[in-house]
Design a protein. Structure first.
Length: 107
């Protein structure tokens, strides 16, 4: 696996056709097993955090809760450090989200 700092967090969209990132649709055995795409067809699309590498657009890394899932990269290949970075990025995203939701004070 490439160096962790070379990956970027992006937003993928779970659709009935697969996980859409850019103009490409991705899938994995775990997503199929959990029937994500069938659910997206029934209840609508939703966003998920993904990891991408700028030199490899043939693969994305999808996280299911706190466990990374990728057909090409088994869960056992993800280090504790990688899971920590993921957790930190999720916390940063939540913080930015809630800061945007705060009512603005007018003087």
């Amino acid at each position: 696996m490439d160096k962790l700092n070379e990956y970027t967090f992006e937003k993928g969209i779970v659709t009935p056709l697969g996980i859409k990132y850019g103009e490409t649709y991705y899938t994995s055995s775990k997503c199929l097993e959990n029937k994500w795409f069938e659910l997206a067809e029934k209840v609508g699309e939703w966003s998920i955090p993904i990891l991408t590498h700028p030199s490899n657009y043939e693969e994305i890394i999808v996280f299911d809760i706190a466990l990374p899932v990728s057909q090409e990269c088994p869960e056992s290949s993800f280090t504790f450090e990688m899971k920590q970075v993921y957790y930190q990025k999720i916390q940063e995203m939540k913080k930015r989200y809630f800061e945007q939701k705060k009512p603005k004070k007018f003087d």
